[in-house]
Design a protein. Sequence first.
Length: 90
Amino acid sequence: MPNIRQQEKRVRQATRQRVENLRWRSTAKTLMRRLREAADGGDAATVGERHRELVSWLDKAAANGSLHKNTAARRKAQASRIVAGDRAAK
């Protein structure tokens, strides 16, 4: 444990940030799973809606630093392959 007040504050901040980053990453994984499930179901309208939701979430996560921008780009590309029906992406 730190002895300095500023370092105690940094520990508190880092804990809050870690939890918030986990929320962004976890939700991105959930949205990807929902997209895959929708793609397996075959309903084009649902797939499009899920894809839009996922891409928007990934962009926001990358903007606030919870995901690296290249990670977000890679996951958006994977999502696009799922929407296109590429079986290798699943």
